[in-house]
Design a protein around this ligand. Sequence first.
Ligand code: ADP
Ligand code: MG
Length: 589
Amino acid sequence: MRQLRQFSSALMLLLVLLVAVLPLPDFWIYQLNYIGLYALVGLGLVMLTGVCGLTSFGQAAFVGIGAYTTAWLTLNTGLSPWLTLWVGLLLTGVSAWVVGMITLRMSGHYLPLATIAWGLSLYYLMGNMDALGKYDGLLGLKSLAIGDFEIGQGRAFFVLSWFILIAMAWGFSNLLDSRPGRSIRALKGGTQMAEAMGVNTLNYKVTVFILAALVASISGWLLAHFQRTVNPSAFGLKMGIEYLFMAVVGGVGHVWGALVGAGLIKILDDYLQVALPKLIGTSGSYEVIVFGIALVLVLKYLPNGLWSLVVQWIPKSNRAVDWAEAEPLPTRAKPETGEVILQVEDIRKTFGGLVAVNDIRFQIQAGQIVGLIGPNGAGKSTTFNLITGVLPLTSGQVRFRGEPITGLPSREILRRGMARTFQHVKMIPDMSVLENVALGAYSRGQSGVLAAMTLNHRAEERRLFKEAQRQLERIGMGALLHEQAGNLAMGQQRLMEIARALCADPALLLLDEPAAGLRHKEKQALAQVLRQLQSEGMSILLVEHDMDLVMQVCDHLVVMEFGTLLTEGTPAQIQASPAVRAAYLGTEH
Ligand code: ADP
Ligand code: MG
């Protein structure tokens, strides 16, 4: 992947230089300049909407901030555009941070609506401020220049804007292939899994929102000096919608899709604006209707955009990084065998009138495998979610290694050494097994967004991959490192989740039905793995329906029924208990 990416970026740069020296008509260059500017905004939307699943109609407003900042400052203060660019980025960054912090906490349709409101209010602000020339805008800007050399609207501008575009696309694709990038790619499937791996998901959402706004702002800065005038019409809601069109049509999950979308929409836009009025006989913005229909068709028949057609033909290479020699990651101090590691004290959870977990109390000693069993709906998964901070407690207390963890978010609980799997597998299907598992080691790395974009994270990345490979080999999946996670059988997906949890270097591992979907041989292998982990000092809390497995590996069993604790004891005691037979085994057999 990595080599391919460097290669495609280098190829794009060469193409740009070639186009710049070829005797193409000036009009083509002029069109390509617009396409580059649009693609820059589209690139941000690919990250935001395509990768994170956050829809924004408000990108045009951020383009406007970049454009108006440089326009007003260069006209009124005489500052160089090379300086005003940074002022624009600062203003954009701050406003995106504020808008993001307010809106990204909301779920569902609130974000698109909030971005519409944001786009509209900025549009009316630009259109009504005297200092910004109201709806006439600001005129008479200078074009960009380096010393006496004017960049203008032709080939020099083309080279500048496309170099910026390619650099940003390169940085974003580097980012997607990194520790922070894996967290970002996890966001689309909801925040639960990423949070359980130690990721602060709100921070990443806000970061991507800011990044998308910043590239839009750069586009606005370029646009202002390209057109040498700014007015609100270029930054209104209509443009906000068109930018989203470009990203969706091109391929919302692919960085280069932004380019395809921008090119197509720009050329179609120009063509339709001339052709449609002729066809229909009156003038008007009919192209919007064609775009709307096209968008619906693309979403229906090609949900990953046009670029996905191209991607099929690009060979998928294995990673070029070699991590065999990487230093192992540091590990945490583990509790002594026999020490009480988890104390669950009268925890309760109610959903409306239903008491799903009714004052459950038990404890786990370091080095033990404790089984939590009971019929379907007994409250086992809810108990898991209460212990790991995925759900807030109604009442009660949980102590981990002696300290209360009640009320902590799940990412903090993970960082203290408790890792889990989910009953319903949560993974990133289009990422490799290795990358999915490496996400589990998130809390053991530091590299941030900027380091990843500039490839300054590679030493740490090797260590994370080495750990991921080690854990996959530990559970017998060493042969599947580069398989796409979505292609795995259900049983393998569960094993992958265990490897991911192990990557966090936990002292306590919580497994929710790990044997579901496993064949007999795989169950035997799993039992072997669990005992192996135990012999290495790991403590495990296991929810499982397969009684053979439970009886085989557990030291102690806790039995739940209808949310309450029925009884607890050794496997032999539980097997002999008439109450358990009646309640649990009775419903099973
Ligand atoms: P188990 O894992 O033992 O099969 P669960 O913990 O999943 O059981 O569920 C226990 C009970 O709580 C069930 O009756 C279930 O329907 C209910 N329940 C679980 N999660 C929720 C929720 N988010 N909202 C409402 N009810 C829930
Ligand atoms: Mg369950």
